[in-house]
Design a protein around this ligand. Structure first.
Ligand code: B16
Ligand code: MG
Length: 220
């Protein structure tokens, strides 16, 4: 039976749903600049960095670096205005219970988020102190699907990658977990997270015991 010692959670789309706020912030910028941007377009920004999000929003349009920087700063200011409203009520259903179960199992808990705002989101949710390590958009330079962020978090937790399970809602995040030999649990649409070892619609009602035994039965 494989040993599993840590759970590493993505933030947006797994612990809370900040995707709506990212969408509204990008949409405001796009409207101001006369750039077409829909909710469907926003789905392609899930889990990717701020710069990569802007590149995808620009759909091939090339801008000078200074203008890219200004767009990213403006979008981030709009996004951060939403963050001031975040409270424990914004935890996705089942998350508080799932974290408590994982702790009771003696698992180490980490965050592996692409966001440079991850600490502020966690503080707003009131759960910062539940994690033994927090990896965010400042921790490494290569973003998901590179495995660097999850490897960084595992290092901080003092756990080998092969003993970690990543919970992710984005295709790039599942690819990153697989790349470094971690187990992966995909949260949400199988069209996005179909490459994961296990897929769950969300963490509502999820049982740590059940997940550990299903992963133990996989050839890894
Ligand atoms: P920021 P995650 C990601 O969070 C979001 O899903 C993605 O939409 C966003 O562009 C990215 O963080 C960077 O966020 O602009 O706050 O640095 O899913 O990795 O927790
Ligand atoms: Mg995510």
């Amino acid at each position: 039976m494989p040993q599993i010692s840590a759970f590493i959670f993505d933030l947006d789309g797994v612990i809370t749903d900040t995707a709506e706020y990212h969408y509204r912030a990008w949409k405001r910028l796009a409207d101001e600049e006369g750039l077409p941007f829909s909710r469907e377009d926003n789905e392609a920004l899930r889990g990717v960095s701020r710069r990569e999000s802007l590149l995808r929003l620009l759909k091939g349009k090339v801008l000078p670096e200074a203008q890219m920087e200004e767009y990213m700063a403006r979008k981030n200011a709009y996004y951060r205005a939403f963050l001031t409203q975040i409270t424990a009520a914004d935890l996705l259903e089942g998350v508080a219970d799932f974290l408590a179960q994982a702790r009771a199992h003696g698992l180490k808990l980490g965050i592996g988020s692409a966001s440079k705002n991850a600490r502020d989101v966690l503080n707003g949710l009131g759960i910062t102190d539940q994690f033994d390590a927090i990896g965010d958009g400042y921790s490494v330079s290569r973003t998901k699907p590179a495995p660097d962020l999850f490897v960084w978090v595992a290092g901080r937790l003092g756990v080998p990658p092969a003993e970690c399970v990543v919970f992710e809602d984005a295709e790039a995040g599942i690819a990153a977990a697989r790349e470094c030999g971690m187990y992966s649990v995909g949260i949400g649409d199988p069209a996005r997270v179909g490459a994961a070892d296990l897929i769950l619609p969300n963490l509502a009602g999820a049982q740590v015991d059940h997940i550990l035994s299903r992963l133990a039965n996989l050839a890894h």
